[in-house]
Design a protein around this ligand. Structure first.
Ligand SMILES: [Cu+2]
Length: 128
């Protein structure tokens, strides 16, 4: 039993190391990258900085989300058929930045913060 525990924790440690060391463009990032195809700011307050955003279509559009508010916010890119595209970005406190890349064909999407009570955080993303 003890051996099994040790093995399990070793595997977890190796997996964590591999994830941390993979050099992926996924978060956390310290600042908004210069080559971001879309930058969204949360707040101040329970809102995004714009009600409509535009981005160029692509298979690896880099999206950056920065928190300008004191509380946690998420960013979900939701397609017309209500499917969340790719990774949900989450920024816990002011100054936090999270970045991921998305496959975004041309179309109209909804940007949403899914934190309970944040229903006001909705914006339109036009990709073309
Ligand atoms: Cu929010």
């Amino acid at each position: 039993m003890q051996t099994r525990h040790l093995l399990a924790s070793s595997v977890a440690a190796i997996a964590a190391f591999a994830l941390a060391g993979c050099g992926s463009s996924d978060s956390p990032a310290a600042t908004v990258p210069a080559d971001a195809g879309l930058v969204v700011y949360a707040g101040p307050g329970i809102k995004f900085d714009q009600t409509e955003y535009t981005a160029a279509a692509g298979s690896s559009v880099k999206v950056a989300y920065e928190n300008r508010d004191a509380q946690r916010h998420t960013l979900d890119i939701v397609s017309a058929d209500k499917t969340v595209i790719g990774k949900e970005l989450a920024v816990g406190k002011s100054g936090d930045v999270e970045v991921s890349t998305y496959d975004l064909p041309a179309g109209t999407y909804s940007l949403e913060c899914l934190v309970p009570g944040h229903d006001a955080m909705r914006a339109t993303l036009v990709v073309k």
